[in-house]
Design a protein around this ligand. Structure first.
Ligand SMILES: C[S@@+](CC[C@H](N)C(=O)[O-])C[C@H]1O[C@@H](n2cnc3c(N)ncnc32)[C@H](O)[C@@H]1O
Length: 225
């Protein structure tokens, strides 16, 4: 669906409206406040020939870095915004990775990876600063856990509870983020830990930058059914 056709009142319509102009300055501006994404990429430790899906891939910034960092992997990106995907497609082409990074439009709250990408599971799934923009985010985490191959892992980074930072900073940040329909999910550590446990996955949590960000890794056992 082209951006001009996305209906108002849908996630696609809202995200296209937010990012129609922002996408042109997105990578240059967000590097100052979407912290922890490169550390997440370093921690993926993708096996040779492995697969990685980014849910809410935006401009493709992370996928291009993942493809560079792990030269054998197959990358897949899902985003609801055709505006963001237009920038992602250009970035992927510019990096010369069209053969290794496949992009598709879809809503993270209900998508079929088999239909979109021809595969049902992934060795790694990344969700970077997208859950804070998806109201039913818990379901997205649960579905991502279900989509992991045995031994696979889900890697999440997003805004944290800002617990170690001055209250004034937190207040300004929250006002700024609200303009972009971003709501830090303060219960994310507890929810991811509970969903991981229910899925039989091992969960590691961190709160880097004095709680500015939350980082979660949930790993499915190799012998999972
Ligand atoms: C803050 S951006 C992060 C982009 C990228 N992950 C990064 O780290 O640069 C959030 C992205 O999530 C996407 N998004 C929001 N709601 C979504 C949904 N329901 N399904 C899929 N993508 C969604 C937006 O279109 C946007 O590209």
């Amino acid at each position: 669906m082209s951006a001009a056709e996305t209906p108002a009142g849908t996630a696609a319509g809202l995200m296209d409206r937010i990012y129609r102009h922002q996408r042109h300055i997105y990578d240059a501006s967000r590097k100052f406040y979407l912290l922890g994404r490169d550390q997440l990429i370093d921690g993926l430790q993708l096996p040779a020939g492995g697969s990685v899906l980014e849910i809410g891939c935006g401009t493709g910034r992370n996928l291009v870095r993942i493809a560079r960092r792990y030269p054998d992997c197959a990358c897949y990106g899902l985003d609801v915004s055709s505006e963001m995907l237009a920038t992602a497609r250009a970035s992927v082409a510019k990096a010369g990775h069209e053969d290794r990074i496949r992009l598709a439009q879809g809503d993270a709250t209900g998508f079929d990876p088999q239909a979109l990408f021809g595969r049902a599971g992934f060795d790694r799934i990344v969700i970077a600063y997208a859950l804070s923009m998806i109201p039913p985010w818990q379901g997205v985490v649960a579905e991502a856990l279900r989509r992991l191959e045995p031994g696979g892992s889900l890697h999440i980074v997003d805004f944290g509870d800002q617990a170690g930072l001055p209250a004034a900073f937190k207040a300004v940040l929250l006002r700024w983020l609200a303009q972009f329909h971003v709501t830090p999910r303060v219960s994310l550590p507890q929810v991811v830990a509970a969903l991981a446990e229910a899925a039989g996955a091992e969960c590691r949590l961190g709160a880097p930058y004095r709680g500015y960000a939350i980082h979660a890794v949930a790993t499915r056992p190799r012998d999972a059914a």
